[in-house]
Design a protein around this ligand. Structure first.
Ligand code: SF4
Ligand code: SF4
Length: 381
């Protein structure tokens, strides 16, 4: 993280209040977004001096709820509005459908411009769609026309691919990354290395999943003990969010708040944000060490093992579910992950015929057959 101080030159990023309102998990009542509760949350957020609202074309109902709770109630220049275009095959069948998302988002949001617009969730599986459909040129044109103020992309893949994208599209103004203290050096996410690529390219970072989808709000006891000892009154989520917000190149940290209590908790420490001091950084380091000391399967999710498996077992996804259960004691959530790893033509762990092809391919030399047997005992019994 050396030398990053001089890097974040973009004025739009420098002046941004550090907490962003992620609008993906809005409160619900009877299966529908609770707009009245969302209005209260919006009021609290703006009253505290925050400005950044993050929605997306593919967040069901979110853009419409944002119009009702925010756009129709506040002057358009008193906050920043962000949405995203998703060119992945599940969200857009062709170029025209992908591009049309922008106009639909504007209509749903009831606005004629967006402050920030993102190419959504870039990864090796979809990056080519954005190229083939000319989406980069499209967002450049939208900016020239004044329909968006800034464009960037959100990202879910390796630092190497991130580097490639930024080399190819140096005009991208910011990057949204999955970043939290638990995934900082996790081989599957590599938050730290991705963050460092952004620093190198002088791109402000928008942080998503600072609390790892809510997981770090109730971390393992060994981690919670470190936090409690350091500050008995601070929530575990506050440590996670302040960790992300303390990184110099971070423009804003998105918190996907789902109720008034979460909003109140987030604002209690982000209203007058104070970066972690040296002692507090050490507490995070201790928490990271405590997490790393919990025995788990050291799978790096390289997926070399998957290709040759005659049973099409999604080995790394199954190991990730096992690790969720082991590290975070979240059996129900882990089981759901396991079940989704075994969907369609993908066999469950118990279907392994023990041919050993996967173990020959695994650079970590993991005893995959034995580990799958344990996974089957855990999730299939
Ligand atoms: S040992 Fe099992 S998991 Fe490994 S390749 Fe063979 S069938 Fe697939
Ligand atoms: S080859 Fe090994 S490390 Fe790579 S995904 Fe498979 S089990 Fe994990």
């Amino acid at each position: 993280m050396k030398g990053e101080g001089e890097n974040m030159e973009k004025s739009f990023a420098k002046e941004m209040p550090k907490l962003g309102f992620g609008l993906m998990r809005l409160p619900k009542e009877d299966g529908k977004i609770d707009v009245e509760q969302t209005k209260v949350m919006v009021d609290m957020f703006l009253e505290a001096g925050m400005k950044y609202f993050d929605t997306a074309y593919v967040y069901t109902g979110s853009e419409e709820a944002t119009r009702k709770a925010l756009v129709e109630r506040y002057p358009r220049d008193s906050y920043f509005l962000t949405s995203k275009l998703n060119a992945g095959s599940w969200a857009a069948a062709n170029e025209a459908e992908a591009k049309k998302q922008f106009e639909i988002s504007l209509e749903r949001l009831g606005t004629d411009y967006l402050d920030f617009y993102l190419l959504h969730a870039l990864s090796k599986n979809n990056v080519q769609f954005y190229e083939d459909y000319g989406i980069w040129d499209y967002v450049r044109k939208l900016k020239e026309e004044g329909k968006i103020r800034h464009y960037g992309f959100s990202f879910h893949d390796t630092p190497e691919l991130l580097e490639e994208i930024l080399e190819k599209h140096p005009d991208a103004e910011f990057v949204q990354l999955q970043l939290n203290y638990a995934d900082w050096d996790a081989p599957a996410v590599q938050s730290r290395r991705c963050y460092e690529v952004c620093v190198k390219h002088n791109k402000p970072v928008v942080v998503m999943e600072p609390v790892k989808g809510g997981t770090l709000a109730a971390p393992p006891q060994v981690v919670a003990d470190h936090f409690k000892a350091a500050d008995p009154d601070a929530s575990a989520a506050s440590w996670a969010i302040r960790f992300a917000a303390s990184l110099e190149n971070v423009m804003v940290v998105l918190s996907g708040m789902s109720n008034i209590e979460q909003m109140a908790d987030n604002l209690s420490y982000m209203r007058n944000f104070r970066p972690l001091n040296g002692e507090e950084q050490q507490v995070i380091k201790n928490a990271q060490d405590a997490l790393a000391s919990i025995p788990s399967i050291p799978c790096t999710e390289c997926r070399y093992c998957v290709k040759g498996c005659p049973m099409k077992i999604q080995i790394p996804d199954i190991f990730s579910a096992v690790n969720r259960n082991t590290i975070y004691s979240q059996f129900e959530r882990a089981k759901k992950e396991y079940e989704s790893a075994c969907r369609d033509d993908h066999s469950p762990a118990g279907a392994c015929i023990k041919c050993g092809m996967c173990e020959d391919a695994c650079p970590q030399h993991l005893p995959i057959r034995d580990l799958l047997e344990e996974a089957a005992a855990l999730f299939e019994s």
